[in-house]
Design a protein around this ligand. Structure first.
Ligand SMILES: NC(=O)c1ccc[n+]([C@@H]2O[C@H](COP(=O)([O-])OP(=O)(O)OC[C@H]3O[C@@H](n4cnc5c(N)ncnc54)[C@H](OP(=O)(O)O)[C@@H]3O)[C@@H](O)[C@H]2O)c1
Length: 225
């Protein structure tokens, strides 16, 4: 049976990844920071819900220590918005650093900690849930300073690490999930969670190592850097 690890799995996009992968017969290790949330109502013996804070090495180590055998898919989904500051004078350094810590370094910590379990004879896929807001090319509106920068940094971390990982048969895919109706995306968002996740899953299924490091949105359209 194939094994997946998902961060930020108690609600939003991450929670729906859990639901869809379980439906497809995967064993899913689902990380939640504090509350089980949507994981509590899923009844499936292939679901293993474990506490996981991607900023804490101790929490990550404990989580990884509970994962049995190899991992075929890592979905780095956990993320936070910034303070939605209205001008650069409002930027709060401490929160800006925390946003970078969670959104950029969190996924890198997960790859590092799980690395020996990601290496196998079959192709392992690592999903980075990034954002169109990390695209420098698309940054016409400005603002969302720390959130944008955190996703741009995540993209660069991913592209920078893909080369050494290709040798170990590990391939990366960087997704913009769309503007999705979640707590982060808000009610006005045009994309339903289900459509976002189903779209990303379709792309993931056909993903090969030759495509490692691509930046693509949930409907298959490539995103400019
Ligand atoms: N929704 C959109 O329109 C949109 C657009 C582009 C990109 N994205 C990206 O998609 C991903 C999922 O977002 P979403 O819309 O589903 O947001 P969401 O509903 O706000 O969910 C965010 C998830 O991340 C978790 N999380 C936050 N900090 C964490 C930490 N330190 N360690 C572990 N988990 C942590 C949250 O846990 P708690 O419940 O404990 O806080 C929650 O499960 C994010 O990376 C986001 O940047 C979303």
């Amino acid at each position: 049976m194939r094994v997946a690890v998902i961060t930020g799995a108690n609600r939003g996009i991450g929670n729906h990844w859990v639901v869809r992968l379980l439906e497809k017969g995967w064993i899913v290790y689902a990380g939640y920071k504090e509350n089980l949330g949507g994981l509590e109502v899923i009844e499936n013996e292939n679901l293993i819900a474990l506490q996981l804070d991607v900023t804490s090495s101790e929490s990550i180590e404990k989580f990884v220590g509970s994962v049995e055998g190899n991992v075929d898919l890592l979905i780095n989904n956990a993320g936070v918005p910034d303070g939605r500051w209205r001008s650069l004078t409002e930027i709060d350094d401490d929160w800006a650093l925390e946003v970078l810590n969670i959104n950029s370094l969190g996924p890198v910590r997960m790859v590092k900690a799980l690395y020996s379990k990601l290496v196998g004879s079959d192709l392992t896929k690592v999903v980075m849930v990034s954002s169109l807001m990390g695209s420098i090319d698309d940054c016409h509106m400005g603002k969302s300073y720390a959130y944008r920068a955190s996703k741009t940094a995540l993209n660069m971390f991913t592209v920078a690490m893909k080369k050494e990982c290709i040798e170990d048969n590990i391939s990366f895919i960087i997704f913009h999930p769309g503007w999705v109706k979640t707590r982060m995306g808000g009610d006005r968002a045009p994309v339903e969670i289900k459509d976002s996740v189903d779209g990303m899953m379709r792309i993931l299924e056909n993903h090969t190592i030759e495509d490692s490091g691509i930046f693509v949105q949930y409907d298959g359209k490539k995103v400019k850097w």
